[in-house]
Design a binder for this molecule. Sequence first.
Ligand code: SF4
Length: 352
Amino acid sequence: MVMPSANDVLSLDADQLVHVLQGFGEPAFRARQLFEWLWRHDASSYQDVTVWSRPLRERMSQAWPIRRAVAVQTQVGVDGTTKLLLGLSDGQRVETVLLPHPYGYSVCVSSQVGCAMGCTFCASGLNGRIRQLSAGELLEQVRYAEMILKPSGQHVRRVDVMGIGEPLDNYANLLKFMRMAHHEAAFHLSYRHFTVSTSGLVPAITQLANEGLPVTLAVSLHAPNDEVRRRLMPVNQAYPLAKLIPACDDFARRTGRRVTFEYLLLKDVNDSQQLAHELAGLLAGRLCHVNLIPWNPVAEHDWTPSPMSTVRTFQRIVQDQGISCTIRKELGQEIDAACGQLRLREEESLSL
Ligand code: SF4
């Protein structure tokens, strides 16, 4: 059993908690109690775990302190979108967004502090990858969303691992997070209600398909050929479309889940009618869905968003080939909504 480093109790799964508590001579059911107190009852210290004796609480406080994230900033949009900037125990910051939908709420969580992938349209990767988020730090983002919803009696329905970072570059923690969030003593979320995004790390897509979990895979495609994609995404050098598309087909075949291809539209870069036809040709007959994303301008990059009329024409061409294709509704546009913007703004204001 690989235990988390630095006595990170929030990253212990239910089996690991049994192991820790047995080390203190405690029965296994104490582990279940603690798991519930951490993720269902928001215990911020062992003093909250009132079903335990004081000596046990004190021993655990010494050995496995609870280090919660703290909300540094909260922005609420007119449509109910809530954007959180969470402070982690080492002072790093991470963004989480709670989004209202007709079916309920989803939470978009970050998987890393910064990102190493260097996509040329994105604010998150500007300073590179600073560090991985632990499983506990991923869970903390869902717990904050749950805390916001608690007064209304609602719960998080979907988790999209689509915030800052490349989730498949933090594979072990991602998997552990999903398994812990799925646990009935934590958030009891169905695997079908997770979406994992990737810029296209082919070996990890295959590894995820091997897990046999019915999660949705969302692949940032953004171009129907290598020439255009290479300009936007350095990852295309290592994993060109000839490798990426078969890996997506394999994922869809083995999980029975259609793959979502994300396509950000940038004026005069990847939004022509010719490229729409090329995209339709690439994806025809595949178990997939295309999600067109109007680009949110980022001051640090000088691309221009495609006009809405161009986005609609692009959609119609793809749909006319029988491919499911939607345009992503932009929520919370007035609140630094592009991924990475809240954290960047805060860093800038700190450095003034
Ligand atoms: S788009 Fe995603 S993978 Fe690409 S740099 Fe931004 S956070 Fe990283």
